[in-house]
Ligand binder design. Structure first.
Ligand SMILES: NC(=O)c1ccc[n+]([C@@H]2O[C@H](COP(=O)([O-])OP(=O)(O)OC[C@H]3O[C@@H](n4cnc5c(N)ncnc54)[C@H](O)[C@@H]3O)[C@@H](O)[C@H]2O)c1
Length: 371
């Protein structure tokens, strides 16, 4: 019998493909089963990866039959909590669920409870914590290379929960998981805009204050700039990074920008799709370490996924309540939904559209990802 961890995938779409690559590239897993509503999605995986896995159009049947060590969840956001809770009931060793953790904080909290109750390790797929530039930034900050962090600035798009939950997670990672104290922000939503079946804003701005004194800002679709990474301003220097390259400026660099392009643990910075391959492999490898007791925890553990989502929903809550929102967030429903559904923020140009509708297959124009 193989000593590899037995994996089953729920939702064989674009992102779970990256889970599969991560599992295969770190060499410690075997993908034994796939579940998707569309047989064609699973057939695409077989053509791509030659897995020889069993296929299920009913993910519950897969969970019941396959005795999985690890379950990956790659459905749209609304499906994350129900599928995590369903998978947890079968007590796999771990669940890797995509970000954003859930569509509401209430559902995210239930995911934590279900995993705790069943002794299942839960990881949320903020895979950029495994990029070497991100870890270098974290380490430089921890070593005091730029003094006290005074401000981090990032540029997002396509919805705060979708794109920018990576950025709230990144801020915490850079600050060695410091806690966010309060959030203030605003959103504009004139159109009925959705992203993977989740309501999103047309544009947003947000400010985050951290306990240790650092601050961060997200500007989402209020400027043409959009990328994963940040400008980081410290009392003694600056860091400017994206997913491949980091530039540092401080007294030691002679007041000039010094550029770093670090390789990953599995791939080199010059490899095609480096960001995705390295992030996915690093995330999967640390999960195997966690399962096998070689590490105490995982940097993408569920609690961190929860906090990244909480910071995002606190921006919506700030817009809803017209206040600086002190964490922990008490409102457990999605405050953007509450604003719209109460008539407080009615779309002025009606007509629902989903910016990810192109991902759907066949005749579907809306997702069927709720179990
Ligand atoms: N970590 C990242 O950088 C990153 C990047 C892209 C997407 N994502 C996340 O990944 C998730 C999926 O996004 P995507 O772009 O891969 O979507 P996708 O539409 O490509 O894939 C979703 C898949 O889930 C399947 N599915 C839906 N309901 C199901 C059910 N009940 N049972 C089984 N399968 C079901 C669909 O048929 C589809 O194949 C989203 O939550 C998204 O935010 C994360």
């Amino acid at each position: 019998m193989s000593d590899k961890l037995r994996v089953g995938i729920i939702g064989c779409g674009g992102m779970a493909r990256n889970h599969v690559r991560g599992y295969l590239n770190c060499g410690r897993y075997e993908i034994v089963a796939l579940a998707d509503l569309n047989e064609s999605a699973m057939a695409d995986y077989e053509a791509m990866f030659h897995l020889g896995a069993r296929h299920y159009t009913d993910a519950r049947e897969m969970l019941a039959k396959e005795n999985l060590d690890v379950v990956s969840i790659g459905t749209w956001h609304v499906g994350h909590a129900p599928w995590t809770i369903a998978a947890a009931a079968h007590r796999p060793k771990a669940i890797l669920c995509e970000k954003p953790m859930a569509d509401t904080l209430q559902a995210a909290e239930q995911m934590l409870i279900a995993c705790k109750r069943n002794a299942v390790k839960l990881v949320i797929g903020h895979q950029r914590r495994f990029l070497p530039t991100y870890t270098l930034a974290k380490d430089l900050i921890a070593q005091g290379a730029i003094g006290d962090v005074q401000m981090m600035v990032s540029f997002g798009a396509q919805g705060l929960p979708n794109y920018c939950s990576h950025q709230t997670d990144m801020f915490r990672y850079f600050l060695s998981d410091d806690e966010c104290e309060w959030v203030m922000g605003n959103v504009e939503r004139k159109t009925d805009r959705w992203e993977r079946n989740t309501r999103i804003e047309d544009c947003a701005i947000a400010i985050f204050q951290f306990r240790g004194g650092a601050r961060a800002v997200i500007l989402s679709e209020v400027t043409p700039l959009v990328y994963q990474g940040a400008h980081i301003y410290g009392s003694e220097g600056m860091i400017d990074l994206d997913t491949i390259e980091l530039r540092l400026l401080n007294a030691e660099t002679g007041g000039k920008w010094q550029t770093f392009r670090p390789d990953g643990k599995f791939f080199t910075a010059n490899d095609e799709r480096f960001e995705w391959l390295e992030g996915g492999a690093g995330q999967a490898n640390e999960l195997a370490d966690w399962i096998e007791g070689k590490t105490e925890t995982h940097r993408g553990r569920g609690e961190n996924g929860f906090k990244a989502l909480e910071m995002i929903h606190a921006v919506y809550e700030s817009a809803r309540m017209h206040e600086k929102v002190v964490l922990p967030l008490q409102t457990r429903l999605n405050p953007l939904d509450l604003m719209v559904e109460s008539g407080h923020l009615e779309p002025q140009r009606p007509g629902r559209y989903d910016i990810r509708a192109f991902l759907l297959r066949g005749e579907r124009m809306c997702s069927d990802d709720e179990p």
